[in-house]
Design a protein around this ligand. Structure first.
Ligand code: FAD
Length: 433
């Protein structure tokens, strides 16, 4: 097998990973000056902020994904290859992939991150992560299948475990999936399961920290906690998970809870690309880069977004938060800096401009923080909808998402409750501690 990239007189930029950072970089690079090669293990770009809506049957996966080949149909000197990135061979200036090596003039690593199970092997085997479209579909299937099985379970204890959902992690993803499931319980389950004791369907959110949304203010954290409690979600703070065997979730304080549906949204670790020295890896396995996103000690290799750790930004000495805006802004600057290099001009250092943060809790409820402004409620929720709708790739997807939202809002329904595959095989998981 050969990756089959035609040679070019232009310098070649190989981009590993077409997430927010990789896609933006490919869009921004001037294709009259560079040959652009994008490599991703999927043939589509996905939009993680709405993955929880796929998991909770509010959206189809195809409405938050977009094929790379369509996105770049009109871009010259652009090539996409569906392949898994394996290792860097810096000495020979090659990236090794599952379909063969590709040589580069500039290499950009933008492979993002994956769920961190903190070395807990059993948890990784049994809990449900929610970082990719594949995982969100698996979560949806397991969730719906467990509700069906609860109806026919012989033993009350097993029935209770099938009807108890536990979300581990009180960041934005945990808050958002908890709110979505609580609304499903309130508005959908009574209609779908008329004979079911709806109160027996429990939703718990646990976190080792003393509050929700640790990266946001206490005000937003309290508003989120109030909102979730009003929807019937039970919150447990200061609970450090030690193990999960598929039924019993154990905590460091000796307590335990039983559930067949444990959703793990508790941590992130950067995806690994072999071939770089151990000294280039920082906290969370992120690749250490300078102010121009260049990997320390590796000229012409760059890293972006969740996979990178930049400590040169005076406002973020510990590195930037792993957010879409960081990846997008770094990609935009890198495209300009690569062009500046070619032209012999000086490069600009990266400085992150924080545009704010938001988390939605449920219908008409969200929290938002922009600069010193912190507020919640309907207007924050509306802003959340607009910002996310604007950010989704392609007009078709925007329209489909909007129609789904309007439909769900008017009917109080989530109409995509199909169990498409029973016992879907689990993707190999990284246990990183
Ligand atoms: C559920 C969820 C909700 C989120 N919500 C928000 C939010 O509301 N707001 C916000 O700002 N941020 C949010 N984030 C974080 C945000 O999505 C990330 O910060 C952002 O995606 C980082 O961009 P990136 O380009 O670094 O990586 P990603 O967008 O993760 O892209 C990585 C790409 O690399 C590819 N890849 C990975 N490994 C390989 C390999 N070995 N070979 C080939 N390809 C590979 C992947 O397929 C993917 O396309 C959320 C994340 C998740 C998981």
């Amino acid at each position: 097998m050969s990756i089959n990239i035609p040679s070019s007189s232009l310098p070649r930029v190989v981009i590993a990973g077409g997430g927010f950072g990789g896609l933006k970089l490919a869009q921004e690079l001037d294709s009259s000056r560079f040959q652009i090669v994008l490599i991703d293990q999927n043939n589509y770009h996905q939009f993680p902020p709405l993955i929880y809506q796929v998991a909770s049957s509010g959206l189809e996966p195809s409405s938050i994904a977009f094929p790379f080949r369509s996105a770049f149909r009109r871009k010259g000197n652009f090539l996409f290859r569906l392949a898994s990135v394996e290792a860097v061979d810096a000495e020979h200036k090659q990236l090794l992939t599952s379909v063969g090596p590709v040589s580069y003039d500039y290499l950009v690593l933008a492979c993002g991150g994956t769920t961190n199970f903190f070395g807990k092997e059993q948890v990784a085997r049994h809990a449900l992560p929610m970082k990719t479209l594949y995982e969100s579909m698996n979560l949806r299937n397991v969730l719906l299948q467990n509700i069906e099985q609860a109806l026919v379970a012989d033993h009350p204890e097993e029935q209770a475990a099938l009807q108890r959902v536990i979300i581990v992690g009180g960041g934005p993803s945990g808050v958002e999936i908890a709110g979505a499931l609580a609304e499903m319980k309130r508005y959908v389950l009574p209609k779908d399961y008329p004979g079911m004791d709806i109160d027996a369907f429990e939703i718990h959110l646990v976190d080792a920290a003393p509050r929700l949304l640790g990266a946001m203010s206490e005000k937003s954290s309290e508003a989120a906690a109030r909102g979730l409690r009003s929807l019937g979600v039970e919150l447990h703070f200061g609970k450090m998970v030690t193990d999960y065997d598929g039924l019993t979730l154990s905590f460091a304080d000796g307590e335990a809870m039983r559930s067949r549906t444990v959703i793990w949204v508790s941590g992130i670790t950067a995806n690994e690309v072999a071939g770089l020295s151990a000294e280039t890896l920082g906290r969370g396995r992120r690749i250490l880069v300078d102010a121009h996103s260049e990997v320390l000690g590796y000229p012409d290799i760059f890293a972006l977004g969740d996979q990178s750790l930049m400590t040169t930004d005076p406002n973020y000495p510990q590195g930037h938060p792993q957010l879409a805006q960081v990846a997008l802004q770094q990609a935009k600057l890198l495209a300009a800096n690569l062009k500046a290099r070619l032209d012999g001009r000086s490069q600009r250092p990266f400085a992150y401009r924080d545009l704010g943060s938001m988390a939605t809790i449920g219908r008409n409820k969200a929290v938002a923080e922009i600069g010193r402004m912190k507020w919640g409620g309907f207007s924050a929720w509306l802003l959340w909808l607009v910002v996310h709708l604007r950010s989704i790739l392609s007009v078709r997807n925007k329209i489909i998402v909007l129609l789904n939202w309007v439909w769900n809002y008017i009917t109080y329904d989530r109409s995509l409750r199909l169990i498409l595959k029973r016992n879907i095989p689990v993707e190999p998981r990284d246990l990183h501690s």
